[in-house]
Design a protein around this ligand. Structure first.
Ligand SMILES: [Zn+2]
Length: 310
């Protein structure tokens, strides 16, 4: 991955441990999608003199939903002709393809396997390129993604210290689990909830927070203020890594960031090392993703029994 640790515009990032400024760890699974992600594509071989023509035919007639932008368009053969990547086989049948290329001199049309997914390492990129069809390698996508993230670390620390203090004040049967949700566009707009499962089994602190944001939202909508998704733009601060139910609710309400202090190694649904390794905030099958962050600096938050679903 090149340099292990690097100072970027916003942070000092360690790309191996995914830590930012040594106090926040970006939580995500580093595994790419399973398999080589191969797809079937149409390859048309044309004389080199036809390159402009074939390109313009593709630009005009192909509107492929399969993303092939990471692949090279042309491969030059030993005898000087050009093998041209046209589109995925799913996008059009052969008669349509021939119709599309009717003004171009075609030497040969074949159906071939090409890499359908941009790889996560240069090594894999080279391997797939040699085996199937060349990829335009533009650097490690993880490094690029991490470099674009920007966190107000002092503000995060302050908010986590605040909920840790409230957790310390819980008494009796209440679990010391506290969540705060802050509207990142208007940080004065915030709600705080303590776990209340002693009165209602499902009253986990995250669920209570979302409910409270929903209640506020109803009031605001009465006043004519329209907003898209329930918690869109909200950042979530919580003392313990949330369970699957709460994590799912955070995905559905479309929060931006989740910050937590203690990992829940048995029942957590965020860290790939926790519980069943769901990593729900980045699940490929769900239509929303958010960033999750584990606070690494010492902060006084009570441990709870490992079998408790936070
Ligand atoms: Zn929960």
């Amino acid at each position: 991955m090149g340099t292990k640790r690097q100072k970027t515009a916003h942070h000092t990032i360690n790309y191996e441990t995914l830590t930012f400024d040594e106090v926040l760890r970006n939580v995500r699974s580093l595994e790419g999608p399973p398999g080589e992600g191969l797809i079937h594509a149409w390859i048309a071989e044309v004389p080199a003199s036809e390159s402009a023509k074939v390109l313009s035919a593709i630009r005009e007639g192909v509107d492929d939903t399969v993303d092939l932008k990471h692949l090279k368009r042309f491969v030059k053969t030993a005898n000087g002709t050009l093998r041209t990547l046209v589109c995925s086989v799913d996008h059009m049948k052969r008669p349509q393809l021939e119709e599309l290329l009717r003004s171009v001199t075609i030497l040969n049309i074949t159906e071939e396997l090409v890499p359908g997914i941009y790889p996560t390492t240069k090594e894999v990129s080279l391997e797939l390129s040699a085996k199937y069809w060349p990829i335009s390698w533009k650097g490690n996508p993880l490094v690029q993604e991490l470099n674009e993230l920007k966190v107000d670390v002092p503000a995060v620390k302050k908010n986590l210290e605040y909920i840790a203090k409230i957790a310390k004040e819980t008494t009796g049967k209440q679990l010391p689990i506290v969540t705060m949700m802050v509207d990142s566009r208007d940080p004065q707009r915030r709600v705080v909830s303590v776990d209340s499962r002693e009165t209602n089994q499902l009253a986990h602190s995250v669920m209570r927070c979302i409910q409270e944001v929903a209640d506020h939202e109803v009031e605001r909508r009465k006043l004519g203020e329209e907003r898209d998704y329930l918690c869109f733009g909200y950042d979530v601060y919580t003392t313990h890594e949330p369970c699957a139910m709460c994590s799912m609710a955070l995905v559905h309400s479309r929060v931006s960031n989740l910050y937590y202090v203690n990992q829940s190694p048995v029942t957590g649904a965020i860290d790939p090392q926790s519980g069943s390794g769901y990593c729900i905030h980045r699940a490929l099958t769900l239509n929303w993703k958010f960033e999750a962050w584990h606070w690494l600096e010492e902060l006084d938050v009570d441990k709870i029994a490992p079998d408790v679903f936070v």
